[in-house]
Design a protein around this ligand. Structure first.
Ligand code: HEC
Length: 127
């Protein structure tokens, strides 16, 4: 008796999970943009000032008139907004992370400015 009941409970769970999959997967596949694009949020003007102060010493970026040479020239780098958020937050090899220095809104401002200021800008999550 107990066995039969738990088997039917398991079957019910399986049915629900299977239904969720068949309903969810095609929807996700037919709207890839909705899944991968991160809309650009952030104040571009504020981001420019923050960039000049915090990033310009290491990066060239025409839109900010900065000439730093320790990091790559950002006029020549892909600059997807989402990737910028990650790079600014965590840093990289030779680049400090800014998670402690800046609250998330400031990081979004800088990312918005850079994403909007380079040849690769435009798309939310391109690059
Ligand atoms: C102390 C110097 C330094 C500072 C300050 C600095 N960076 Fe960097 N940055 C680097 C170096 C070195 C790299 C290359 C290593 C890497 O990709 O992580 C880099 C890489 C990057 C990349 C990746 C480029 C690529 O090839 O994909 C981006 C974007 C970037 N920095 C943006 C910023 C922004 C925005 C700021 C300011 C919030 C900033 N950096 C501050 C040194 C710095």
């Amino acid at each position: 008796m107990v066995r039969a009941r738990s088997a039917s409970v398991l079957f019910a769970i399986f049915t629900v999970v299977a239904a969720a999959f068949t309903a969810g997967v095609p929807a996700a596949l037919s709207h890839p943009a909705a899944v991968t694009t991160t809309p650009i949020r952030g104040d571009v003007k504020a981001g420019k000032q923050l960039f000049v102060a915090a990033c310009g010493g290491c990066h060239i970026l025409k839109a900010a008139k900065t000439l730093g040479k320790r990091g790559p020239n950002l006029d020549q780098e892909p600059s997807a907004y989402a990737a910028l958020i990650t790079q600014i937050t965590y840093g990289g090899e030779g680049m400090p992370g800014f998670a402690k220095a800046f609250k998330p809104a400031y990081i979004r401002d800088i990312a918005a400015f850079v994403a909007r200021s380079t040849p690769y800008s435009g798309g939310g999550d391109r690059g």
